[in-house]
Design a protein around this ligand. Structure first.
Ligand code: KIV
Length: 269
């Protein structure tokens, strides 16, 4: 019999209960090793479909296949013990009907072992969110700038610059909450709108390029680590990984070329 107390993962109700409380810490992660580090500090980890752009060099998230999300989702679940793991539903796997969404969300949950899924869209996805939640699938919603709709939006554009559009976005937040979403990512909206959404929406808002007043924050890990050549303006870059990796690789290349690379047999014992 084990004498160790098992580490319990953060649950969906625990995240939901943080509305207006201690800010929720979250980051994306796509692999077991980075997830293991993030796990020490994050309440939830998102296996975001941004992995298509960040890791696989795609131009947008539109081309991300379900199997890729599942593969990265499995890695992140394997690498973590504590955080709630949320996996993004990629474009084309949930919009068609609630039944299609259920089939794909259930596949993600069964094959990865994650605790919840995220999907993009506000009021238009409310029926689907309700359908999934009623059938045991916790849903995090995502409103404002929704990258999977970037072709319709004409690119990755900040939402709510024109106050005339605010009501629709606030309505999106309320609709997903009413449908049963346990929290909502609010991406790329002007600050006062993010504040208003946070005040009026009964579930935790997770901001990205929105406002520090949201109930929590999320960033793409590679952005905040300084690993990407281009980083959105709103991101505070906490790390120096891009230049650090480059320094290491160039030192290695120099060692190889100058035959300073260790070849002493002792090294290989
Ligand atoms: O795909 C992703 O990484 C996301 C976050 C930016 C919220 O949806």
């Amino acid at each position: 019999m084990s004498t160790q107390t098992p580490i319990r993962r953060t649950t969906v109700p625990q995240i939901a209960s943080r509305k207006g409380g201690e800010p929720i810490v979250s980051l994306t992660s796509y692999h077991a090793h980075t997830a293991a580090i993030v796990d020490k500090y994050a309440d939830f980890i998102l296996v975001g479909d941004s992995l298509g752009m960040v890791m696989h060099g795609m131009e947008s998230t539109v081309g991300v296949p379900l199997d890729l999300m599942i593969m990265h989702g499995k890695a992140v679940v394997r690498g973590t013990q504590k955080a709630l793991i949320v996996v993004d539903m990629p474009f084309g796997t949930y919009e068609e009907s609630p039944a299609v969404a259920f089939r794909n969300a259930a596949k993600i949950m069964k094959e990865t072992g994650c605790g919840a899924v995220k999907l993009e869209g506000g009021a238009r996805m409310a029926e689907t969110i309700h359908f999934l939640v009623e059938r045991g699938i916790p849903v995090m919603a995502h409103i404002g700038l929704t990258p999977q709709s970037s072709h319709v939006m004409g690119g990755f554009k900040t939402q709510g610059r024109d106050e005339a559009g605010w009501d629709a976005i606030i309505n999106d937040a309320k609709a997903v909450a009413e449908a049963g979403a346990f929290s909502v990512v609010v991406e790329g909206v002007v600050e006062p709108l993010a504040v208003k959404i946070t005040q009026e929406c009964p579930i935790p808002t997770i901001g990205i390029g929105a406002s520090k007043e949201c109930d929590g924050q999320i960033l793409v890990l590679e952005d905040m680590l300084g690993l990407n050549e281009w980083t959105p303006k709103f991101v505070k870059v906490y790390g120096d990984l891009g230049p650090a990796i480059e320094r290491a690789v160039s030192e290695y290349a120099d060692d190889v070329k100058s035959r300073a690379f260790p070849t002493d047999k002792e090294v290989y014992k």
